[in-house]
Design a binder for this molecule. Sequence first.
Ligand code: SF4
Ligand code: MSK
Length: 629
Amino acid sequence: MDKPIRSANEAAEQIVRWSDEQNISICFDKAGKMKSCPIGSSGACCSNCHVGPCRLIGSNAEEEATGVCGASLPSIVARNFLRKVVSGTAAHSDHARDMAFTLLAVATGEAKDFRIADEHKLFKMADILEINHQGRDVMEVAKDVATTLIDDFGRQRGEINYLKRAPQKTQERWKKWGVIPRGVDREVCEGMHRTHMGVDHDPDNLLLNAVKVALADGWAGSMISTDISDVLFGTPHPMRGKAGFGMFKDDEVNIVVHGHEPTLAEMIVLMADDPEMQEYARSKGAAGINLGGMCCTANEILMRHGIPTAGGFTNQELAILTGKVDAMTVDVQCIMPALVKLSERFHTKVVTTSDKAKFTGATHVGYEEHRAAEIAKEIIKLAVDNFPNRKKNGYTATDQQDLVAGFSQEYIEYMQGGRMRASFRPLNDAIQVGRIRGVVGLAGCDNPRVPAQGLHRYLAKEFIKSDVLVVSTGCGSHACQAAGYMTPEMALEHAGPGLKEVCEAIGIPPILPLGSCVDNSRILTILTAMAAEGGLSEEIGGMPGVGIAPEWMSEKALAIGTYFAASGVPVIFGGESPVGASNEVTRIMSETWYERFKGAFHFEPDPEKIFDMALKYIDAARDALKLKK
Ligand code: SF4
Ligand code: MSK
């Protein structure tokens, strides 16, 4: 029987079909064979103590079923959801903590290979944090900024610093509902405590805690990561790039940097151009060193250096199947452990670089920031040494799409008025008069359980056709890039007339890639800037905007969805609902959160319904703001 389409990315699908012929089992194949468990995936299985796991099923489970301890279905579902949000928040925030310590190490001279790339952004952060920078040494300011932000992790009382960046009204809602996070680690710890056997059992209380933890992700973990990455490596501005497996070269050493933390990846980018490394590559018969990115690391180095991207989550095994990757470095998050075994069939060396994330069978080169350049060179040499071992037994792909990446709040503002009059006024005006109907954030992973990237493609195209501006992050960006949707020319071809006019006037594409998963925080600050500009809503809630993650799979995505909902953005996720087993939990997240925060969290597997639901939210917001139709 013919297998169904597993990736909507045609080039990826060809590699998947080739893997079938070769009898190589990859995630698509495994997802087909292993169906997800309907009890666990709907949130109805509790394994929080060893009396269980307790599975709460049956027609009256909502009202009647309990675990052995008496825990009700709504409390188990809410507890499971909170644990996922805690995990997602921990992931982003641990990444942020490393960034903050790197900034500190740069400031104190311990990480000599890095520098401050964007002083202006550092001073902007200092202003927000009320740190004087006038006439002071840049490194002294950087030290104070880093130290102040490091306090956000371990603070026991008080408030996370960046919350004050949010519109006043949004902050008031958080105060009213008692969801102001104190310190990231404190909230993560408390969330784990509350979900321990026999602690918090009230679904609403558990979900309010999910909100509190997630706000620590959005307004601390993620936002700190974004800001410090900009300070150390440069605030992104648009640059042309390429997406696709065709980036791998026959005559050069191909290195893929995969994962999330940009620090080592940045250094590999710099060191790949080092004459010593180039000479070393030539000494092994290669014409040069060719870098490519994968997942969020790809977004980080694409938007700052124009390094080509080999794609998102579901592309990672496919890159190895080309047989052309001499080394794939991985650090943390979204890395399939299957890579190691798969790489053994080819010649690829999988190199783990974080002491937090070791994979049995991989080569480990532990990253240390005070030896960054040295370690980057060690990894490059390891890849070069592996170049002569290529077996030419992979699938040759030639696809490459043009793209423009590298949009940041700062650059979008600049494009709307130049250096002296940078603002969001033109965008707000365009929304007010209806040339732009609204804004959609298309984020989150791609998923082997649906034709991967297909939902992103469908929604991106439908929204821009309907005059909705799309901003994308993470693997949502990869999906649109591989489809060829990320060029200004796309505006001319597919955008509705109003959006097209605005894109042409400002000179932006209709889909703006804003970076990696942590860079969803850029959407928070953009919405805040739009609220401050006037003419729309005074708070984030009530803006004609929606967040969508149609193919999400990671716990980080749930943390992101929750901080957007809590900040005032209606959010719609695809796939089966992880809280679908409980009507009460579903109601609290969709209705009660909307009443309290003007944001909501929905799960809807049907992409057409996602599209309709998003437009309804956008149009309802426009009506409430009395904007032109
Ligand atoms: Fe079962 Fe209660 Fe233990 Fe959960 S905490 S596994 S519901 S006994
Ligand atoms: S990498 S969290 S698969 S977007 Fe940030 Fe992609 Fe999702 Fe990971």
